[in-house]
Write a protein that binds this ligand. Structure first.
Ligand code: G3I
Length: 340
């Protein structure tokens, strides 16, 4: 049987990824350090990519669906729930003995027009409670944590303009958390945000919000700091900010880690990126209530960065040919393993 060069190339990349695996997986090494996981994203697109799936299975233990659990993928029209893709992801995780971080229940993006058009409190309250009840309830006992609300702040620390805030003010936040807690009392419930990596009004606003939610005994258990970082710009302050978030005594998790490099990418920038991945990994290890780190992608080929921020590239631990970068070896070094 003749094998095409493409298929042969893919098979070689898989063999390379598997045979080069360090003595232990990133996940096993992170757990040996007393953390819960080293995670990544997965969805039906990555599950269709053998090189990515092989690395996900070999290296990671916690998985965030990249899009299939978002509102417009699950309830695009009112009352019509589509769980096909999210079920595939949750079933894949169970079959491969992996855990899931649900993402995300209430977010200003990927909201269908029928939700955006709601103007009265009673209807929106009912819609939020129904959506969360159905989604969280379906995966009760099978999802470790949920990003219940995502990206509620503007960069200046004010609340972002969304249908949720327009109609309900800040009350949409406790409403969402209590609906999620009712649907799965054992799931860890997170607020998730980006650009908490440096001092400023956004992290100040987050700290104030957490204090207010805690004073009202809202069922919130963790803060997800996305950590979509820019090399040479927003990395050095990560340890201090993570510590500040951890001072709330809630769990903290790095939930969407990538470290983008300004194009053109060269060996010097890749070496700097290695040091930065080491710093961020060490920051979580050194904070008791930092439970884990999740990447936002496997290979530079599939990252959201180049298409969204075209002046940047190469944010992840595997390059476009699914070969492990020096940054990967840096993370393994910090975790005490020997890179293969
Ligand atoms: O799968 C559909 C396809 O069937 C359809 O033909 C196509 C055109 O509409 O859309 C495809 O879905 C896209 C999906 O990615 C899968 O590729 C959606 O349009 C697109 O909006 C979605 O983008 C995701 C984005 O969030 C918005 O949901 C990105 O993959 C995902 O990486 C990005 O992740 C976000 C986090 O959720 C929150 N933090 C920031 C992060 C990066 O933006």
């Amino acid at each position: 049987m003749k094998i095409s060069s493409t298929a042969l190339g893919a098979l070689c990349a898989i063999r390379l990824a598997v045979t080069e695996t360090s003595a232990e997986s990133l996940n096993a090494m992170m757990k040996a350090k007393g953390k819960l996981y080293f995670g990544n994203i997965v969805d039906t697109n990555t599950l269709a990519e053998p090189n990515a799936t092989e690395i996900l299975k070999t290296e990671f233990g916690m998985f965030t669906p990249e899009y299939s659990m978002k509102w417009n993928f699950i309830q695009a029209s009112q009352g019509k729930f589509t769980f096909d893709n999210s079920d595939k992801v949750v079933d894949w995780a169970r079959k491969n003995d992996k855990q899931i971080r649900g993402h995300t229940l209430v977010w200003h993006q990927n909201i269908p027009d029928w939700v955006d058009a709601i103007t009265d409190k009673a209807s929106l309250t009912k819609v939020i409670e129904n959506h969360i009840g159905k989604v969280v309830g379906r995966y009760r006992g099978r999802v470790y944590a949920w990003d219940v609300v995502n990206e509620v702040f503007n960069e200046n620390g004010t609340f972002r303009n969304s249908v949720f805030h327009r109609v309900l003010g800040q009350d949409f936040i406790p409403l969402a958390f209590e609906a999620a807690h009712k649907a799965d009392p054992n799931a860890r419930l997170y607020i998730n945000e980006y650009n908490l990596d440096f001092p400023g009004p956004k992290i100040d606003a987050m700290m104030n919000l957490i204090q207010s939610l805690q004073s009202k005994n809202v069922s919130i258990h963790g803060i997800g700091t996305q950590s979509h970082l820019t090399s040479n710009k927003t990395v050095d302050t990560v340890p201090a900010q993570l510590k500040r978030l951890a001072s709330t005594k809630l769990d903290v998790a790095i939930t969407e880690l990538d470290i983008r490099l300004k194009r053109p990418v060269d060996d010097e920038k890749l070496a700097k990126q290695k040091q930065e991945y080491e710093l961020v990994t060490r920051a979580c290890l050194e904070i008791n209530n930092c439970v884990g780190v999740s990447m936002w992608g496997v290979s530079d080929k599939d990252s959201w960065i180049p298409s969204t921020l075209p002046e940047f590239d190469a944010p992840l631990l595997w390059n476009k040919k699914f070969e492990r970068k020096v940054a990967y070896k840096g993370v393994v070094g910090v975790l005490g393993g020997e890179p293969g």
